[in-house]
Design a binder for this molecule. Structure first.
Ligand SMILES: *Cc1c(COP(=O)(O)O)cnc(C)c1O
Length: 394
């Protein structure tokens, strides 16, 4: 019996979606480490290039292993189409560049991953694209920023590093009215806990480097959305500018998807435990975690996310205290990555967000006492004990 993978529940999609078996019948997906493909005849090559025959041509355009990853992630996201890219940043860059041209305007949340902010504030203006940054939590701020030439909205929700949340459905409605496309960077929520396309977003982007790999090995990214928009906006830019994901990395990420749900749910459970420990200690002034009822947007989170993610941010008051905490950690690594099986903590204002000016940092509430922690898959009690002993040394 052949089954339509669209009838499968999410966990089955993660394990079996997109599988394209070779005639050998392998169980684990094949790694097609090939740049190009041979055609049966000159006429067959002609049909391949004309698009009449949909087969593969060249690794920059597509690859069977990469396509398995794309199809699996598309099924999981509920998207008609997914295109993989070499990194999360190439996904964000292409996702925006494909929607605008000189003279257009973009509105973006002001709390963004540092390189995303650079693309918007430094890079796109070079090509005549204006950008307005807004408080992404406030729909009125998005509405006020709209101009007749606004073509794209970009938002990260929850946002890095202080985990503010954007009402995606409301902002999507504003984008639609303005004739602009809403791009959501869904890294912090993961495909497990938030479905921006169902909430009205046009495009979802991932750094697959984070939870989708989840074991600290390879870079990767993905752009997902409706087939028509994806074709119009991205097919040619992907072919001709070359941010293709390597088949090897595609294979690693494809296998990562098989365990994504298990890992992300366990990481979220561990993050709940770590957050309890943080909240119990007097050295911590404030803790922000999407799973806590005291998150300023707890109601919105309950409406648009099905889980809290694995990142927690907390304020220790000063840079000295934040650094003392990091230096006292015994298990948790000091590192700026996130989504890994290994827990890691970072001091955003001197690492991930150091390229922002101090006033830009203050605008998003990022003072020097904040620490951001990505909770991993170690034993939750070991993590809680490590955090508590490090807080004692603050
Ligand atoms: C890491 C990250 C990116 C960039 O991804 P890379 O794979 O490192 O290029 C973009 N957005 C968010 C929210 C991220 O966390």
């Amino acid at each position: 019996m052949t089954q339509d993978p669209k009838d499968w529940r999410p966990q089955t999609r993660m394990v079996r979606g997109g599988m394209a078996r070779s005639p050998y019948g392998e169980i684990s997906e094949a790694l097609y480490l090939t740049q190009s493909f041979a055609y049966d005849s000159a006429a067959a090559a002609d049909r391949r290039f004309s698009g009449e025959d949909p087969g593969f041509i060249y690794q920059r355009f597509g690859n069977p292993t990469t396509q398995m990853f794309e199809d699996r992630l598309a099924l999981l996201e509920g998207a008609e189409m997914c295109r993989a890219t070499a990194s999360g940043m190439s996904a964000v860059h292409v996702a925006l560049q494909g929607l605008v041209r000189a003279g257009d305007h973009v509105v973006a949340g002001r709390a963004l991953f540092g390189s995303c902010r650079w693309i918007l504030s430094q890079w796109m203006p070079r090509f005549g694209v204006d950008v307005t940054f807004v408080d992404a939590t406030d729909p009125a701020a998005w509405a006020d920023a709209i101009r007749p030439n606004t073509r794209a909205f970009l938002v990260e929700s929850p946002a890095n590093p202080l985990l503010e949340v954007t009402p995606i459905a409301e902002v999507a409605a504003l984008a639609r009215q303005a004739g602009a496309r809403l791009v959501v960077d869904n890294v912090f929520a993961t495909p497990v806990f938030q479905k921006p396309l169902e909430l009205g977003a046009d495009i979802v982007v991932y750094s697959a480097t984070k939870h989708i790999d989840g074991q600290g090995r390879v870079l990767g990214g993905a752009i997902l959305g409706g087939a028509e928009l994806m074709g119009e906006a991205y097919r040619d830019i992907l072919r001709h500018t070359g941010p293709a994901l390597s088949p090897f990395n595609s294979w690693v990420l494809l296998k990562g998807l098989e365990t994504l749900d298990l890992r992300v749910r366990r990481q979220a459970d561990n993050a709940v435990r770590v957050t309890e420990a943080l909240c119990s200690h007097t050295a911590v002034r404030r803790t922000v975690f999407p799973g806590r009822p005291d998150h300023p947007q707890a109601n919105l989170i309950a409406r648009q996310m099905t889980g809290p993610g694995n990142v927690v941010a907390f304020d220790l008051g000063t840079r000295e205290r934040a650094w003392a905490f990091l230096d006292a950690l015994g298990i948790v690594d000091i590192s700026n990555n996130l989504g890994d099986a290994k827990s890691m903590a970072t001091h955003p204002s001197t690492t991930t967000h150091r390229s922002m000016s101090e006033s830009e940092r203050l605008e998003i509430g990022l003072t020097e006492g904040w620490v951001r922690m990505s909770v991993g898959l170690e034993d939750a009690e070991d993590l809680a004990e490590d955090v508590l002993q490090a807080l004692d040394k603050v």
